[in-house]
Ligand binder design. Structure first.
Ligand code: E4P
Length: 218
């Protein structure tokens, strides 16, 4: 499963990309608003695109098809690795169809049902972003949605990639991998939770302490 970092924080993106931990980045207007301050959003997208060797989702803020398409075209021109993120609305799907026909990659976001995901695939979306955490937050079954979309896409041969989003903890990641989600996007905190293990730290401390008793260098 491809691992994307769900943030617009350049420091976090550079750290994770330099360590080879991520395959791309996703942003949304809320994540951009958190970090961009006085910066021109286009400049921030450019820096993010340069920091990671992989797709960077940049979301439109228009809500009407023609305006979404114009914003999407402008975003796609910024860098080769931009993926235009569009909301899963009727207008968003119209924009998805139009941008796809121009060869622009799209990520259809705010997906909460399997039928929404089927429509996004029919509209030619490159990625579909089902939000598992937000469904769990309202006592829904986030991971069940991923399994349903996986089966529907496999049944009908859709090549839209499932990008499990709104991941809150490592178990979401494990379950997404077991179901066969193509990608998952996670906040920095969850990324490092995936990597760290207390037995690794404990084991390393013991190895180094034992080695020290030799009093030798390698
Ligand atoms: C996905 O692309 C979204 O940016 C993100 O995963 C939403 O996560 P949240 O529900 O934690 O805000």
């Amino acid at each position: 499963m491809k691992i994307f970092l769900d943030t617009a924080d350049l420091g976090e993106i550079r750290r994770a990309a330099d360590a080879g931990l991520i395959d791309g980045v996703t942003t949304n207007p809320s994540l951009m608003a958190k970090v961009s301050g006085d910066r021109d959003p286009a400049d921030l997208f450019l820096d993010i695109c340069a920091a990671v060797d992989g797709p960077v989702s940049a979301e439109v803020v228009a809500v009407e098809k023609d305006a979404m398409v114009s914003e999407g075209r402008r975003l796609a021109k910024l860098a080769d690795n931009i993926v235009v993120k569009l909301p899963l609305t009727e207008e968003g799907l119209r924009a998805c169809r139009a941008l796809t026909s121009e060869g622009i990659r799209t990520n259809v976001t705010l997906c909460f049902s399997p039928t929404q995901a089927a429509f996004a695939a029919k509209a030619g979306a490159t990625y579909i972003s089902p939000f598992v955490g937000r469904l769990d937050d309202i006592a829904g079954e986030g991971m069940q949605l991923i399994a349903q979309i996986r089966q529907i896409y496999d049944n009908y041969g859709f090549d839209t990639q499932i990008l499990t989003a709104s991941i809150r903890h490592p178990q979401h990641v494990v379950e997404a991998m077991l179901i066969g989600s193509d990608c998952g996007t996670l906040p920095p905190k969850v990324l490092y939770q995936l990597l760290k293990h207390p037995l690794t730290d404990k084991g390393l401390d013991a190895f180094l302490a034992d080695w020290k008793t030799l009093g030798k260098d390698l």
